[in-house]
Design a protein around this ligand. Structure first.
Ligand code: NAP
Length: 482
């Protein structure tokens, strides 16, 4: 199956931080694929910007090597790469000085959509916003894109929102959470709100519990300094897992438009119960067959930062009161796997008596690897000899369902095109980010007050033992990480 492509209008996109990791690894390959698919028009221009002094041809050479990097699957064909490089320009600017800004202003076209991707450390967001407005580079339709971390806590998130709001309206600010750009995550909304099948069952009466897992095999690696100041709760739960939880738990918006969707997500965050200290497990990996220990990777060997966190979360509203949401995320776990599993209650009465070995119906939405969905249902075991039941998986891999040659776009491909189109549905609003911090801060304050250290778990395992007990005490168990 070939994806339907709706081309966007010509645009100027300034990527500030163009020489950095995010730009080289994600943003430019994503844009190149959009050009190759015919979505990005040949009249679009990408202007790289950073302090490094180089000319446009040196910058093109830098991006050319990023477009042939091994992680790009499938590789980008040479003609597509060359066509993309032709659309690149570069200007040296410094967010903290006047240098380069007049030069940048001279390159921007007045009559096309304009966007600035702030692909720099968040400490520069304010200075950049300042420069863009001081040099009159922003029209009322100009968009800016920023990405996590959007604050370190509620106070800093508010300060960041205030700084951005001084120069841009909320409608101009695109806060990326790349999880929202994943096809499966959007499919979650399609499955819930485009089918009659699930929605009547989507509540505490029928759903026993929900598990949201984001497991990584990598350690902190090159992000050690940043990560050790941040930890799994701030780095993953406050944003990515929170967004997944919102999409699972929210009420149907009355229309699929940005504020209607974001209003419903915000209501979920506001309905989250405070998390009791006994409902949180923090962990930190120790050396194991899968790698060295956290303490060896960060500067402070006595670090008390968690590389793993598991929580039991309640939602106080009519739909979900009584259904626990169990969230867990961590580094150096057994497999790289992200999924949401919705486990339904058993039927109220078995007409099959002893012959049935009950397994709950579970709807699993896989984000990675192999994006797709599985629904576990009970069926009759084939053959004569009575009514024996067994559970089987109705398995839908999107790659298979849509054709093996279908390229599932990277989240950034989708999200950057949404910025150009002016569609904020998959971007976080400022009040959402603040509400998520307002819920997160007391969880962190709770364990800080207790002064407990994260529990050890071997690199390559499923996490600390105590996380397993968090569910066992409720008569449940985590799904295996694989
Ligand atoms: P990075 O590799 O350190 O790149 C930073 C970029 O900013 C470089 O291009 C740097 O180039 C430029 N820069 C630094 N100071 C500047 C200044 N005063 N004026 C103009 N440009 C300046 O960082 P990154 O990993 O790409 O991350 C960028 C942002 O995305 C950060 O907010 C990060 O938290 C976020 N993010 C990154 C990832 C990822 O996978 N990398 C994932 C999620 C979020 P010069 O030195 O040439 O100026």
């Amino acid at each position: 199956m070939v994806a339907r492509v709706i081309p966007v209008d010509p645009f100027d996109l300034v990527v500030v931080g163009a020489t950095g990791d995010l730009a080289q690894r994600k943003i430019f390959p994503a844009l190149c694929r959009r050009l190759a698919d015919g979505q990005m028009p040949p009249q679009a221009r990408i202007i790289g910007a950073a302090r490094s002094d180089m000319d446009a041809s040196a910058f093109r050479a830098m991006v050319a090597s990023a477009l042939t990097a091994d992680h790009l699957d499938p590789p980008i064909p040479a003609p597509d790469r060359n066509a993309f490089l032709d659309q690149l320009d570069y200007v040296a600017v410094d967010a903290r000085s006047q240098a380069g800004w007049n030069d940048l202003a001279a390159r921007l076209r007045p009559d096309v959509t304009r966007a600035f991707y702030f692909s720099v450390a968040p400490s520069l967001f304010g200075a950049l916003a300042e420069r863009v407005s001081a040099h009159d580079l922003a029209t009322p339709e100009t968009r800016i894109v920023v990405e996590k971390p959007l604050g370190h806590d509620l106070e800093t998130a508010r300060a960041l929102n205030t700084t951005l709001a001084r120069h841009f309206s909320e409608a101009q600010i695109y806060r990326i959470d790349h999880y929202l750009g994943k096809e499966t995550v959007q499919n979650l909304m399609a499955v819930r709100f485009a089918n009659i099948l699930f929605e009547p069952l989507w509540n505490a009466r029928f759903v026993d519990h929900v598990q949201i897992t984001v497991a990584e095999t990598m350690g902190v690696g090159g992000r050690a300094a940043y990560y050790d100041q941040t930890g799994a709760m701030r780095d993953m739960v406050q944003n990515h897992l929170m967004q997944l939880l919102c999409l699972i738990a929210m009420e149907p918006p009355h229309i699929f438009e940005p504020d209607a969707v974001r209003d419903e997500k915000l209501k979920v965050i506001r309905a989250l119960d405070p998390v009791a200290p006994g409902d949180v497990v923090r962990g930190q990996y120790r050396a194991g067959p899968a790698g060295q220990s956290y303490a060896d990777e960060v500067e402070n060997p006595d670090s008390g930062t968690e590389s793993y966190v598991a929580l039991k979360v309640g939602i106080s509203n009519w739909r979900w009161k009584g259904t626990p949401f169990y969230l867990r995320t961590g580094k150096r776990l057994a497999a790289r796997s992200s999924e949401i599993a919705v486990t339904f209650h058993d039927p109220p009465h078995s007409i099959f008596g002893e012959a049935a070995e009950w397994r709950e119906n579970v709807l699993v939405i896989r984000l990675q690897p192999n994006e797709g969905m599985t629904l576990r249902v009970m069926i009759k075991e084939p053959g004569p000899g009575g009514m024996r039941l067994k559970d089987v998986a109705l398995d839908m891999s999107f790659a298979k369902a849509l054709g093996d040659d279908m390229h599932i776009p990277d989240a950034y491909e989708r999200l950057i095109m949404d910025v150009i189109r002016g569609n904020q549905t998959l971007f976080m609003r400022g009040d959402e980010v603040e509400a998520a911090w307002a819920w997160t801060d007391p969880v962190i304050a709770g364990w800080t007050a207790q002064g407990t250290a994260p529990l050890p778990y071997p690199a390559g395992s499923d996490g600390p033992e105590a996380a397993a007990r968090l569910l066992q005490r409720d008569g449940r168990q985590w799904r295996e990480i694989r």
